[in-house]
Write a protein that binds this ligand. Sequence first.
Ligand SMILES: Nc1ncnc2c1ncn2[C@@H]1O[C@H](COP(=O)(O)OP(=O)(O)OP(=O)(O)O)[C@@H](O)[C@H]1O
Length: 254
Amino acid sequence: MKISLNDVSFGYNGRHVLKNVNMEFETGKIYIVVGKNGSGKTTLLKVVSGLLEAEGTILIDGEPADPLMLRRNVGYVFQNPSSQIIGATVEEDVAFSLEILGIDRDEMQRRIKRVLELVGLSGLEKEDPLNLSGGQKQRLAIASMLARDTHFLAMDEPLSMLDPPSQREISKVIEDLKREGKGIIIATHELEYLEDFDVVLHMRDGTIDFCGSWEAFMDKGFEDVEVPFKWKLWKKFGKESKWEVEDADTFDER
Ligand SMILES: Nc1ncnc2c1ncn2[C@@H]1O[C@H](COP(=O)(O)OP(=O)(O)OP(=O)(O)O)[C@@H](O)[C@H]1O
């Protein structure tokens, strides 16, 4: 599936914070959206997810799509997972996101089991979400969206509230979802742990001023994004090599 944005703009109270954006998102790929605070990342994700209605044209596989159609195809995972968690138990929380879809009980149980397995929360079905760690809450928020089985997921800073081990774990979950064929759009400042991503988008002042590979992104150099040391290693030694460099400060990039 492909979602195309043609000259899409959005304004809060008449002030445009997305300006004539043209972009295509495809399933089976991970898109990383970077840019400084206020550049429009969250707004872009909310427009693609149908949570905000924008000006311009949005197409799904070439057909005009309204916000409702976008909501059916793109799940949005909020920046703060706690704001999304409403169930008294882990399984109930996932069930809530399915109830509005009118799915029968057996199918619901199947989906709950599957998504909790996928995000590594099996065994915690009866747990109160409030007792979960930050990483587990983030997994639950992802699981609840996943259960809706949308083709795309838009995730706003899914790694920002996590410690490095949890960032690594959630990155793996996200990469597994890509292998399942989902299209994933992630707004993030944390570039360290995701490895298997496809496209980097850079936003500046409501526009996408770069869209391409991480190599091209590094070549261009953006002053407002700190490129992870790992990318420099990839560039020097190849992405597949597993080089360990002990002293990052003295590493020679050339
Ligand atoms: N509900 C709102 N009402 C008015 N202005 C808003 C609202 N939400 C965001 N904005 C403004 O829109 C612009 C883009 O915000 P957006 O949240 O999309 O940026 P962002 O790149 O996601 O930032 P961050 O990295 O801080 O999350 C900012 O100038 C912001 O102040």
